[in-house]
Write a protein that binds this ligand. Structure first.
Ligand code: SF4
Length: 397
């Protein structure tokens, strides 16, 4: 029996990989990568079958953050030409959420930039949640509003919020390298507050920020100690205008190894391939779905993802099902037909640059897309979101 088989059998039986074993996973040779994916896939199927949970991000408030997280396009001092806007009105928040639900999502993630919400902000998100749920009774709502103060998690739970996202992002031993305005312990504290209030804790990682393999394992261990119900793994999107611009450390193979390490260390946690998957997993994205059981549909908070239809194609082509939908293929075909009908009626979707003048707060600067100009082929650079929330342009959902 190979080590991979043993690890899979143990994880399926509730005995996760140790830190030492996780380090071995991260150092698996390319020749053994498919064996590793097969082992992690077996664990995935044991706990989640072939289902995929589709999540949809609604950026309620963008930019203007006083914190200095080095990876973030919304940070203090960021020169990234992102959309910047204050709180979306409640009816617009529901409208944006419903695009994602129509596109196959069963969970909407209501996100606002900033250190943390005021009590008035919490009331605002509570009212949005009640409104979204009144019109869409089966939806799950996850809030992501920053550090919580006493009583705020309880207020959100009472309003019907199901989950709270607050990522640990990286290892405690690496935290000071990426942020000076708050600590790792501050982040742990908010995740624990959310859990205590009855919110499902969602907390994950950003990899590719200069951390060592040991620090990736350290961060996964911290998430396991927190017993996060869901773990989004983000792959650094190195925005121009942030300290980590130009940082491309990840290979598609290493991204897969990281996902396998999370799966084998946290076997029954929902594992989500999150921001940057297109850029870093590239053509290995479909393979990653055999390890992860969750993804974000369409665009991210400040950058574009691949077409939402491509996300659905990937799920259908892999033979997976979508939570909340009886037939993934029928859903995909319906979404495709509706988009085709919309295009026939109103023309093709507006290109971002033409859309900018009609947007609420467009920055206007041309943002590069496609291959970088430094000679590296097939390396995508971030494309700033110019559609969906905060604009008048239809979202990618
Ligand atoms: S990650 Fe959150 S807290 Fe940090 S700079 Fe970005 S919006 Fe602000």
């Amino acid at each position: 029996m190979t080590m991979m088989t043993t690890l899979a059998e143990r994880a399926c039986a509730g005995d996760p990989a140790t830190a030492e074993e996780a380090l071995t996973i991260l150092r698996t040779a390319d020749d053994e990568l498919l064996d590793l994916v097969a082992a992690a896939g077996r664990v995935r199927r044991t706990f989640f079958g072939r289902s995929v949970k589709v999540n949809y991000l609604v950026n309620l408030k963008s930019g203007l953050c006083p914190e200095d997280c080095g990876y973030c396009s919304q940070r203090l001092g960021s020169d990234t030409e992102i959309l910047k806007y204050s709180w979306l009105p409640g009816d617009e928040a529901r409208r944006q959420a419903e695009y994602g639900l129509a596109g196959g999502a069963s969970r909407v993630c209501l996100v606002a930039s900033g250190r943390g919400p005021s009590n008035r902000d919490v009331d605002r998100v509570a009212a949005m949640t009640e409104d979204i749920k009144a019109h869409n009774p089966d939806v799950e709502v996850c809030a992501c509003l920053g550090f919580l103060k006493d009583g705020q998690a309880e207020r959100l739970r009472t309003a019907g919020v199901d989950a709270y996202n607050h990522n640990l992002n990286t290892a405690e031993s690496n935290y000071a390298e990426i942020c000076s305005t708050h600590t790792f312990a501050d982040r742990v504290d908010t995740v624990q507050q959310a859990r205590t209030a009855g919110l499902s804790p969602c907390s994950g990682l950003i990899v590719g920020m200069g951390e060592s393999d040991e620090q990736i394992v350290e961060a996964i261990l911290a998430l396991r100690d927190l017993d996060a119900d869901s773990i989004p793994v983000n792959f650094l999107i190195p925005f121009e205008g942030t300290p980590l611009a130009g940082t491309y450390e990840l290979t598609p193979q290493h991204c897969l190894r990281i996902l396998c390490a999370v799966r084998l260390m946290c076997p029954d946690s929902e594992l989500r391939i999150a921001g940057g998957r297109e850029m870093h997993l590239r053509t290995l994205q479909p393979l990653a779905l055999h390890v992860a059981n969750s993804l974000f549909l369409g665009d991210y908070l400040t950058s574009e993802g691949q077409d939402a239809e491509a996300d659905l194609d990937m799920i259908v082509d892999g033979g997976f099902s979508i939570i909340g939908h009886e037939n993934a293929e029928a859903l995909r075909d319906r979404v495709r037909a509706e988009k085709a009908a919309h295009t026939a009626a109103f023309g093709a979707a507006e290109p971002a640059d033409e859309a900018a003048p009609a947007s609420t707060l467009p920055c206007g600067k041309t943002v590069p897309s496609g291959a970088s100009d430094d000679g590296r082929e097939n390396v995508l650079v971030p494309t700033i979101r110019r559609r969906g929330a905060g604009t008048t342009v239809s979202p990618n959902a």
